[in-house]
Design a protein around this ligand. Structure first.
Ligand code: F3S
Length: 281
């Protein structure tokens, strides 16, 4: 049995950057609070807890003088609320997320209603919506738009971690709706480049493998997308750690592919690959 890692996998640029900033802040200040989980990965969060990093879910829960804004970013009202409380902000918002926030702000300033292709419950999407200043909605189903009266000026963005092909399908549906209304549409491609590379590498490997293991948090959006993409090509399982590997999955498999979500640490990937090697004998 051969085990092969996808050409691009694991920590993305934004997560690596955010962790570097957070770890420096935690060491300098002897611990620090983050607003929302920095990444949706339990192993990484456990390591950060060891450095004195504590997660708060609301500005009102901040007890220290400094707070770290996660790579998912927040809306302008949240930033203002923090500043008004005299709390210092260490901002780890990913530059790709900032790009989407800026696009939402510009669209709003230009009088456009922003439609975000994304999960409205995800912190990144809630933050981007905040930059649209109340002139926008987020959904993963274009059908949801049938029930609302869309204005004639519509801006289209995507959550950074969505699958590009699905964003295109969504945009086509919105375009059909908009054309009936004689509307003006502006689309900004806000899908992250790192995510594109990871999805392409996972798909390429899944096309050759008999089995794919996707390593990542069960609540991580980008990890779930990798699972969906790979599952369309071959047998696929999501595991958070090596302990979740079921040896029966490997029976009769020649090539086992491994990929990992953008918030999965290299140590976790190495442990999964080592376990696979042990099982392969
Ligand atoms: Fe940023 Fe893309 Fe990672 S948006 S946080 S580089 S998945």
């Amino acid at each position: 049995m051969k085990i092969e890692r996808a050409a691009d996998l694991g920590f993305c640029f934004g997560v690596r950057r955010a962790l570097g900033i957070l770890e420096d802040a935690a060491r300098q200040k002897g611990g620090v609070e983050t607003l929302g989980a920095l990444v949706h990965n339990r192993q990484v969060m456990a390591r950060l807890n060891g450095l004195g990093v504590r997660t708060v879910n609301d500005v009102s829960e901040i007890t220290g003088k400094t707070v770290v804004v996660s790579s998912h970013g927040v809306g302008p009202r949240v930033l203002q609320d923090i500043r008004e409380r005299g709390i210092e902000i260490v901002d780890t918002t990913c530059p790709f997320v900032q790009r989407a926030q800026t696009a939402a702000r510009r669209l709003s300033e230009a009088g456009f209603f922003t439609v975000i292709y994304g999960d409205v419950n995800h912190p990144e999407v809630r933050g981007i919506l905040g930059w649209a200043e109340g002139h926008g909605i987020a959904t993963l189903s274009a059908g949801d738009l049938d029930s609302i009266e869309l204005p004639r000026h519509i801006g289209l963005l995507s959550q950074t971690t969505q699958v590009p092909a699905r964003f295109i399908d969504f945009a086509k549906r919105v375009t059909e709706t908009a054309m009936v209304k004689d509307a003006e549409l502006r689309l900004v491609d806000t899908v992250c480049h790192d995510i594109r590379k990871r999805q392409a590498a996972a798909l390429e490997l899944a096309g050759r493998a008999d089995l794919m293991l996707v390593i990542g948090g069960h609540h991580s959006a980008n990890t779930r997308h990798l699972v969906d993409l790979c599952a369309a090509k071959t047998e696929t399982h999501l595991v958070e750690t090596e302990a979740e590997i079921d040896p029966s999955w490997l029976k009769g498999k020649n090539l086992v592919g491994v990929t990992a979500g953008a918030s999965t640490a290299p140590e976790t990937i190495d442990s999964v690959v080592r376990r696979l090697e042990d099982l392969a004998g």
